[in-house]
Design a protein around this ligand. Structure first.
Ligand SMILES: Cc1cc2nc3c(=O)[nH]c(=O)nc-3n(C[C@H](O)[C@H](O)[C@H](O)COP(=O)(O)O)c2cc1C
Length: 479
């Protein structure tokens, strides 16, 4: 990925205002979201940057050398207009313009927000969970673990459900479907008992919503026996799903909790109850920022739901397991958990997802991320000869193997690219204290002892300057 040197992804960016010819902010954003290919594809025939005085850099609050970044990119040969038709898909038979949806949360909680997301190009929204409880949120309600450039890596929330009345929400759904009939409207619901699930299902089904998502997974509920408490008990998942199916003609998917060991047990229960599919994952119970010095007796450390980039590996694991669950063959799988880029979305689709949903990345960057999600996925599909996103569902699921199936007879050595090495010796330290003492230092740079190397690749992971890569050579282990 190309370094964007701490670009802040400004809204209404001064670099683009200063340029007036191309949109440097859009280019940097695409690079940030792993879309070099799209930038190269969309480059104008004649890029005028080289003759320019670099006014984008002068206008940038961080004085980033934007011109050099843009000039380093080569225009793609055989460029094509992006054709978005390949993104068309369906949700239990209902057409969707593309598989990208806002997931149920604050990002899809008012008419105006959903309308703006639709205008921006999202294929659908899953509206913030509708309930019959009084919702009284805590403040503040978010915390995060940050990475480089202050980027959010993991996000914790203690938010509950929609605080609008049922009547208010129903009028929002009616208006959304009147004004955006071709956009997909999934509505998340949660009841406290069978009567509430039945009532919500009946009422929302009259609102124009396209489908229902059953929230068996919110980890932040104050009322017992709701949210993830339900999702952890397959009998309840089955019972409540059945009740909902008896009170609606709409497709129904069950949103499952990751706070379980075997997600298939709750998925299968939902299918037995009549669900048309499942959604996963909701947030993972977590604790960030332990309050070590509470002021005035106020404790703010509370367990909440974890989401964002950090949870993607966990979400992928669950989607792979759902993808392999034969009871879900022909059922809809809607995936979420840490999706930020088109490549993240692709990974979920090749493991079995039909649609993908996003919250945390939208909270951090806004609805505008849809441009790079759509462009990146469409260009990938076209470049690999696929006519439709549906063709790649489960395409690499077989590659997810169990630990017994792994090749334990061979090893792959790391390869050192000496010209990239800056001599920090991080690989040496890690191999010494966390590996197999296979690296020594000669003239300030690492040397590998093949007799000691076990091919674990820790050195590749810790190198800060891409000076160590995997070699192509697979050798038979000697011992
Ligand atoms: C602030 C916030 C509020 C949320 N509210 C809901 C909700 O009302 N209903 C629900 O089913 N999931 C809710 N979620 C979970 C998200 O829909 C999603 O499952 C989860 O955040 C993982 O996706 P992400 O990593 O893209 O955020 C919420 C998440 C966040 C961060």
């Amino acid at each position: 990925m190309i370094d964007t040197y701490g670009c802040m992804l400004c809204h209404n960016a001064s670099c683009s205002k200063a340029c007036g010819i191309i949109e440097p902010d859009k280019i940097l954003r695409s690079l940030y979201f792993d879309n070099e290919e799209v930038v190269r594809n969309n480059m104008p025939d004649k890029l005028l940057c080289s003759g320019c005085d670099g006014r984008c850099q002068a206008a940038c609050p961080k004085n980033i050398d934007i011109k050099s970044i843009i000039c380093s990119l080569e225009r793609k040969e055989n460029r094509k207009e992006i054709d978005y038709d390949c993104l068309k898909t369906d949700f239990c038979g209902i057409p969707m313009e593309n598989p990208f949806m806002l997931s149920s949360s604050v990002v899809a909680s008012t008419y105006d927000m959903c309308a703006r997301a639709f205008e921006a190009g999202w294929g659908g929204v899953c509206f913030k969970t509708v309930c019959l409880m009084d919702i009284n949120e805590a403040s503040p309600r978010f915390s995060a673990i940050k990475g480089d450039n202050n980027r959010i890596i993991g996000f914790k929330n203690i938010e509950q459900l929609s605080d609008h009345s049922l009547t208010e929400n129903i009028s929002i759904f009616k208006e959304l479907k009147t004004n955006y009939p071709d956009k997909f409207l999934l509505v998340s619901i949660m009841g406290r008992d069978e009567a509430e699930w039945a009532f919500l299902a009946e009422e929302i089904s009259k609102s124009g919503a396209d489908a229902l998502e059953l929230n068996f997974s919110c980890p932040n509920m104050t009322e017992g026996n709701t949210g993830s408490d339900v999702g952890q008990i397959p009998e309840l998942v089955e019972r409540y799903t059945r009740v909902v199916k008896e009170h609606t003609n709409l497709p129904v998917i069950a949103k499952l909790t990751p706070n379980v060991t075997h997600i298939e047990e709750s998925a299968d229960a939902a299918i037995r109850g009549g669900a048309d599919g499942v959604a996963a994952i909701n947030t993972i119970k977590s604790l960030i920022e332990v309050d070590i010095d509470p002021k005035d007796g106020i404790f703010n450390s509370s367990i909440g739901g974890y989401s964002g980039k950090a949870v993607k590996p966990i979400a992928l694991r669950f989607i792979a397991e759902l993808g392999k669950d034969e009871n879900l063959n022909s059922k809809h799988i809607s995936a979420m958990g840490g999706i930020e880029t088109w490549r993240d979305a692709l990974e979920f689709i090749v493991l079995g997802a039909d649609s993908v949903q996003i919250t945390t990345a939208v909270m951090e960057y806004g609805y505008r991320i849809i441009d790079d999600l759509k462009d990146g996925l469409a260009i990938y599909l076209a470049g690999h000869g696929y006519d439709s996103v549906k063709e790649i569902k489960k395409s690499t699921l077989e590659g997810v193997v169990s630990t017994e199936q792994l090749d334990r007879e061979h090893m792959i050595y790391p390869k050192f690219i000496r010209e990239n090495c800056l001599g920090c010796q991080r690989c040496y330290i890690s191999c010494l204290d966390g590996g197999h003492q296979a690296i020594s230092i000669k003239e300030g740079k690492p040397i590998l002892d093949p007799a000691k190397c076990v091919g674990c690749h820790l050195c590749i992971l810790v190198c800060p300057n891409k000076a160590i890569v995997s070699s192509d050579i697979k050798v038979k282990k000697t011992n």
